[in-house]
Design a protein around this ligand. Structure first.
Ligand code: ZN
Length: 218
C-alpha cells in the first residue's frame, strides 16, 4: 500500500483531512495539551482543529510542570482551563464579561504585566488520561477552570470513539463552543449547538469528517 503522505497535513493521502479544514481567525489563543497516547490515534481531530484555527498550539506531554514551552505560555497569557473539575465555573455571560475585561485591559496596557490576553487551555485525551494530566500538573490545577453550559456540553455528535461519560464532547467540539462563548458579546445567548458563530463551519465540517472516518471501518 502506498504510504505517500499529504504535504500539508502529513497524513496518508487516502486519509488526508485538508478538505475538512476551515480557516478561522480565533481571537482567543488556544493551547491543546495532548496526551502522548493520543498522538498515534489516527483520527486527526486535533490536527484538524490546529489546522483550522489561526492561533492554536499543540503541546504533547503528560505532566506539564516542567514543560518549558508550556510555562512560557503561562507567563504570557491569562490561561483558563476547559475542564469539568470540581472548581469549574460554567461559562455564563457574566463570567465571560469578567474574563474578557481582563483581556481588553491587556490590549490597552501591554506594558502592565498584570493584564494578559486570554488563552484557552484544553486537555486532549480520554477522561482517564485527561484526569491524570490534570493530577500530575500543579500548574494546571492552579488555573481557573471553566466548563460549558449543559445545552452545549450535551451537544456531542462525535461517534468515532466510545465515550466514557454521557456529556463527552470531542476536544474539537468543546473548543469551538468554548471559543464561541468566550468571544461572544451581546450575542452570547444566541450561541447554541448549531449556532456557534464563526466556529460553526468547522463544526459542520467535523460532522462530515466523522462520516469520512467511519468510511474506513470495515
Ligand atoms: Zn492533507
Amino acid at each position: 500500500m502506498s504510504r505517500t503522505l499529504c504535504f500539508t497535513c502529513q497524513r496518508p493521502q487516502k486519509a488526508c483531512i485538508c478538505a475538512f479544514s476551515v480557516e478561522i481567525k480565533n481571537n482567543i489563543h488556544v493551547v491543546v495539551l495532548q496526551h502522548p497516547s493520543e498522538v498515534s490515534q489516527t483520527k486527526g481531530t486535533i490536527t484538524l482543529l490546529a489546522k483550522s484555527l489561526q492561533f492554536c498550539q499543540v503541546i504533547v506531554g503528560e505532566s506539564f510542570d516542567d514543560e518549558a514551552y508550556f510555562l512560557k505560555v503561562m507567563e504570557q497569557y491569562q490561561a483558563v482551563l476547559l475542564y469539568p473539575g470540581e472548581k469549574a465555573q460554567t461559562l455564563t455571560q457574566n463570567l465571560v464579561v469578567q474574563l474578557t475585561k481582563l483581556d481588553q485591559n491587556a490590549e490597552k496596557s501591554r506594558v502592565n504585566a498584570k493584564f494578559k490576553p486570554l488563552c484557552l487551555v484544553i486537555l486532549d485525551g480520554t477522561w482517564k488520561k485527561a484526569y491524570r494530566m490534570f493530577m500530575l500538573s500543579q500548574t494546571l490545577q492552579q488555573l481557573p477552570q471553566i466548563c460549558l453550559p449543559e445545552h452545549l456540553a450535551n451537544a456531542g455528535k462525535y461517534h468515532i470513539r466510545k465515550v466514557a461519560k454521557k456529556n463527552a464532547l470531542s476536544s474539537l467540539e468543546a473548543s469551538c463552543y468554548a471559543l464561541a462563548l468566550l468571544e461572544a458579546a451581546s450575542d452570547f445567548d444566541d450561541i447554541s449547538a448549531d449556532q456557534a458563530g464563526k466556529y460553526q463551519p468547522l463544526l459542520n465540517k467535523f460532522q462530515a469528517f466523522n462520516q469520512f472516518q467511519l468510511s474506513f471501518r470495515p
